[in-house]
Design a protein around this ligand. Structure first.
Ligand SMILES: *Cc1c(COP(=O)(O)O)cnc(C)c1O
Length: 341
């Protein structure tokens, strides 16, 4: 597959902005090239547009090459860039599993690109045939999310592989919750599939949602397009340095995840033991989808007690469902007490 052919003509032809920091790379003693203020080091200087130091660390941790990484302001940025790089407004379309994360549709709407939701099975498993049948010659991108949001389940790996192998466009696999899951990441498959894009984020397991740092991984040619289209200095110096420091604490992150998984098991059992709870769906993420008799009423009741969960009642295949993030032991206990009251 020639993935270059999937790229919009204007993007393929784009002459990207050439910043001072990208025209001269290396060490010098006098920098008079970027109209910066010479005072207030180190914040007076423009940051590294391609985040070399941070990417070197991430590459080592994830077992990929730095040239296969794009870093963005959350996953929001690479999601939007996928549309801007591959989808001709008012002409191309994307196909996504449904239900899933809401940002794919919002970015499609903003970019005036048709969004096609392909329903999962009622138990939230993936029907690769149905998904592929929703695509046509104008479909440039397929969005998969595993573990999926809001259901929390991993999609079947063989079904996902069928999509990656049979679809002749780009396939995004959003792995925002991969650190909580029992299955390995798709990052190991990057070298086999030139049409694969994997998203991960620092917002969940790493506990850095407020920092806004997301990762896209793909073949070097695809990452080169991301780098040309993104704002030159999308990640500021503070973010680059702080995330780099946080990466030194991977063992602490693993401990957090282990604790969270233990609390998820307890919370799932406590929820399932409530007689009127209809179903607690199996989860490979840091949240549980729970089916109840009247989701709207229960949501309001919890709000009135200062406990906020996510009401997914209006989402396809999620009628009657609340999505509950696994919190601290005290937070989970407060929820359970409120549900028994
Ligand atoms: C939470 C979440 C993200 C993270 O988004 P950021 O912009 O990185 O905070 C990405 N994808 C899914 C499916 C999510 O649920």
């Amino acid at each position: 597959m020639d993935t270059n052919k999937l790229v919009r003509d204007n993007i393929r032809r784009l002459k990207p902005y050439s910043s001072a920091r990208s025209e001269f790379q290396g060490e010098a003693s006098v920098y008079l090239d970027a109209n910066e203020n010479p005072m207030n080091a180190p914040y007076n200087r423009y940051p590294d547009p391609l985040q070399g130091e941070l990417k070197a660390k991430i590459a080592k941790l994830k077992g990929v090459r730095p040239s296969q990484i794009m870093l963005g302001v959350g996953s929001d940025e690479p999601i939007d860039l996928v549309f801007r790089i591959f989808c001709e407004p008012r002409q191309d379309n994307v196909v996504a599993i449904e239900p899933t994360y809401g940002m794919y549709r919002v970015c499609a709407d903003i970019n005036h690109v048709e969004y096609r939701g392909a329903l999962l099975n009622p138990d939230y498993t993936l029907d690769a045939g149905r998904l592929l049948a929703a695509a046509d010659e104008h479909t440039k991108v397929v969005f998969l999310c595993s573990p999926n949001n809001p259901a929390g389940n991993l999609l079947d790996r063989d079904a996902m592989r069928r999509v990656v192998e049979r679809f002749d466009g780009m396939v995004v696999i959003d792995e925002a919750y991969v650190d909580f899951s029992s299955e390995p990441s798709w990052l190991t498959e990057l070298d086999h599939y030139p049409n694969l894009i994997v998203f991960q984020t620092f917002s969940k397991a790493w506990g850095l949602a407020s920092v806004r740092c997301g990762m896209a991984f793909a073949a070097e040619e695809i990452i080169a397009y991301f780098n040309r289209v993104k704002y030159p200095y999308n990640l500021n110096l503070l973010t680059q340095q702080f995330v780099s420091e946080q990466l030194d604490h991977a063992p602490r992150m693993q401990e957090w995840v282990a604790g969270l998984l233990a609390r998820r098991t307890v919370l799932a059992a406590e929820l399932a033991a409530i007689p009127w709870v209809r179903k607690v769906y199996p989860s490979d993420a840091n949240f549980l989808l729970v089916k109840v008799p009247d989701a709207n009423a229960l949501y309001e009741k919890l709000v009135s007690q200062g406990i906020i969960v996510r009401n997914r009642n209006h989402i396809s295949l999620c009628t009657g469902c609340l999505r509950i993030t696994v919190g601290t032991e005290a937070e989970n206990n407060a929820l359970i007490r409120a549900l028994h009251a």
